[in-house]
Design a protein around this ligand. Structure first.
Ligand code: FCB
Length: 445
């Protein structure tokens, strides 16, 4: 970083995490089982057979982690609340010990000038609700709203910014479409009601949270490129854009679902949409959370394929250890696209996730993650460019503070600014930690 990027003085600097990926203590203080506990216990689901029983032991080491955040000079921490700690069965009685953990965490953050920004659902559904159909069951949306209300009652005196859901697209596709994530159901396009019920849960929870603060949703968004200019490739790109981006943004911002006819689906999403639902879902947002990792490139499908698109490679760019293409300008492109597409209906944006996995190693007590620094520098500059083009971006939460449990990849992907030895729990700040700290200080001065 030569000169700091041109960002507003009030810009929020943060890191982002998720309960199941960092907390551990999965059987402690009355926490109920979640779909991810069930899924990770099944042989063959997680690379290396890893589980999140200990993860980063954040449940016990949160004070050390908050001190690391304070050392960065952060003004925001996006974490998630584990629904099965608050309501072990997903409904009914509240578990006071579960709430007490988030009470301590919120207080520790506020003591350090860091605004707590909890996400209420980052994929760890209470198993008891999955046993009743999970997000395929409309009732889960109502249960989510109740859980949001009890959480707002307990923490709403101190939390001023809430995020309802994390990446409903990814949860629907991997969890219920292909089965590579919990709950491991492979329903292909029959998973579409999962989109609607998650969005309905968001809409039902929003007014209960808004009594105490701002309400956001964090969507995974990607600019979609057509592999060539041919009409068939462009149609494939449009179809993918409808599924990945518009299915989760149009109903919230425009009050209607996009055209899904390329999927042979009607706009009532498998009959799940009832009269009045879209009014609930489109209750105004205070801000939009955008999670961005990479663009997508789509081509027309081969004959006989079940989907109206086929992924095409993005060549000629660096790749992360996860093999994801690195395209920082894709973030500028995405932010400008959202502004162009939704105009006055688009609320201010926070980039609520962005980061990369690197095959980091500790050598003589140091981790030289130059690739991560390049990645972050490029993406933060892309935000500054988007602001220059008129997009209202208010903050950046990088994924993530500590190397953690990366879902189906177990501990194989390291996304943190801080290296974690998963045997000893020793935390070693990487070069990117010092870089982010210095960037934040330089931008403020
Ligand atoms: C996002 C998830 C987050 C993390 C990053 C790498 O899709 O929201 O939990 O796994 O990817």
């Amino acid at each position: 970083m030569t000169t700091p990027p041109n960002l507003p003085q009030s810009f929020v600097w943060g890191v982002s995490s998720a309960a199941f990926q960092v907390e551990g203590a999965t059987a402690e203080d009355g926490r109920g089982p979640s779909i991810w506990d069930t899924f990770t216990a099944k042989p063959g689901t997680i690379r290396g057979g890893h589980t999140a029983e200990t993860a980063c032991d954040h449940y016990h080491r949160y004070a050390e982690d908050v001190a690391l955040m304070a050392g960065l000079g952060l003004t925001g921490y996006r974490f998630s609340i584990a629904w099965p700690r608050i309501q072990p069965d997903g409904r009914g009685p509240v578990n006071p010990k579960g709430l007490a953990f988030y009470d301590r965490l919120v207080d520790a953050l506020l003591d350090n000038g860091i605004a707590p920004t909890p996400t209420l659902f980052h994929w760890d559904l209470p198993q008891a609700l999955e046993d009743d159909g999970g997000w395929l069951n409309r009732d889960t949306a109502e249960r989510f709203a109740d859980y949001a209300a009890v959480t707002a009652d307990a923490l709403g005196d101190r939390v001023r910014r809430w995020i309802t859901l994390n990446e409903p697209f990814v949860h629907m596709v991997w969890g219920y479409g292909t089965g590579e994530h919990a709950p491991g159901r492979a329903l292909m396009l029959e998973c579409l009601p999962v989109a609607h019920h998650q969005l309905l849960g968001h809409g039902l929870a929003a007014p209960r949270l808004r009594e105490t603060g701002e309400v956001l949703i964090a969507n995974n968004c990607t600019p979609v490129w057509a592999a060539t200019d041919s009409p068939a490739d462009r149609a494939a790109a449009d179809a993918y854009d409808a599924l990945h981006n518009r299915l989760f943004l149009d109903p919230i911002l425009l009050g209607r679902y996009p055209d899904l006819s390329a999927f042979g689906a009607s706009d009532d999403l498998g009959g799940s949409v009832r009269s009045g639902d879209l009014e609930i879902i489109s209750t105004p947002l205070d801000a939009l959370g955008v999670n961005y990792y990479n663009p997508s490139r789509m081509a027309a499908p081969s004959a006989g394929a079940g989907l109206p698109f086929e992924e095409a490679p993005i060549d000629g760019v660096p790749r992360t250890a996860f093999d994801w293409p690195v395209v920082p300008d894709g973030l500028r492109e995405l932010l400008v696209l959202l502004e162009t597409r939704y105009g006055a209906k688009l609320p201010p944006i926070y980039v609520t996730e962005n980061g990369c996995s690197v095959a980091d190693e500790v050598v003589d007590g140091r981790v030289d993650d130059a690739d991560r620094i390049d990645y972050l520098d490029g993406h933060i500059r892309a935000i500054s460019d988007a602001i220059g083009q008129g997009v209202d971006v208010r903050g950046y939460f990088t994924w993530t503070l500590t190397d953690n449990f990366e879902w189906a990849q177990g501990y194989h992907q390291r996304f943190g600014l801080v290296h974690v030895d998963h045997g000893t729990q020793v935390r070693t700040p990487k070069a990117s930690y010092a870089w982010y700290r210095d960037l934040i200080a330089a931008q403020r001065s």
